[in-house]
Design a protein around this ligand. Structure first.
Ligand code: C5P
Length: 237
């Protein structure tokens, strides 16, 4: 396999309030993990799939073993970074490209995987799917006057901002090297790394962008799940 996809699905999903791992949460009668696997299997049909799961969950293991993408599975860690690193440890030698995808973005359309893979084939060392930002975004700092929640320090120019999604695509060796370095960082520093592309930026690697999809929303809250249900019910899958 020239390409691997690491699907990180080891999160607890506490913000959804289900009391089960988020990847098992049902969306239109099937787990978020199954939806995510379907999209990546269609978008990257020739890739080796590595699914990172919470420790000892037979139900999630079963979903993987039955899926047409024939994924290998491994156990994740305490943070998303740890889980990505666990997936990277399962790369086959000689893997050229790796895509890292959140299982929580269960409805990401195959076309987004294709755009990311195409950019890698065209020579990008790092590529992320993005969307324009709809809201005006302000930088806020704490204030002690007892009014509200803080004061505005500046308004960021919205035209240059993008909201970032997954799958994020990388040269496999570059990403593995960057993650190996993070494992020796202090937790306070490692916690500031909120996506894989940030590691590439820190190493001076150019990160390219391709168009994402509104369907690639990260299912984090109950409201996101309601929206995802409505999208599937209306044929957006
Ligand atoms: O927690 P967050 O919403 O940032 O999670 C994004 C993705 O990372 C989810 O798909 C989740 O399953 C995964 N994750 C993981 N291991 C962790 C934390 C999150 O695989 N320890």
């Amino acid at each position: 396999h020239r390409t691997a996809v690491i699907l990180v699905a080891a999160g607890s999903g506490t913000r959804l309030g289900y009391g089960i791992p988020k990847a098992l949460v049902p969306l239109a009668g099937r787990s978020l993990l199954e939806h995510a696997l379907d999209g990546l299997a269609t978008g990257c049909p020739d890739a080796r799939v590595i699914v990172v799961l919470p420790e000892g969950n037979a139900e999630l293991e079963g979903i993987c073993s039955r899926h047409r993408s024939r994924p290998v599975t491994c156990t994740g860690g305490a943070t998303r970074n740890d889980s990505v690193r666990a997936g990277l440890a399962r790369l086959e030698p000689g893997t050229e490209f790796v895509l890292v995808h959140d299982a929580a973005r269960a409805l990401t359309p195959p076309a987004v995987f294709e755009r990311v893979a195409d950019a890698l084939s065209a020579g990008a060392e790092a590529v992320i799917p993005v969307l324009p930002v709809i809201d005006t975004i302000k930088s806020v700092q704490p204030a002690s006057a007892g009014i509200g929640e803080g004061i505005v320090s500046s308004t960021v120019d919205r035209a240059v901002l993008r909201a970032v999604q997954t799958p994020q695509g990388f040269n496999a060796a570059s990403l593995a090297a960057a993650h190996a370095a993070v494992s020796s960082w202090k937790p306070e520093r490692a916690e500031k790394v909120t996506d894989d592309a940030m590691l590439m930026e820190m190493n001076g690697i150019t990160v390219f962008t391709v168009h994402g999809s509104a369907l690639g929303l990260k299912v984090t809250t109950k409201m996101d799940l309601l929206l995802a249900e409505a999208l599937v019910a209306n044929g957006y899958e």
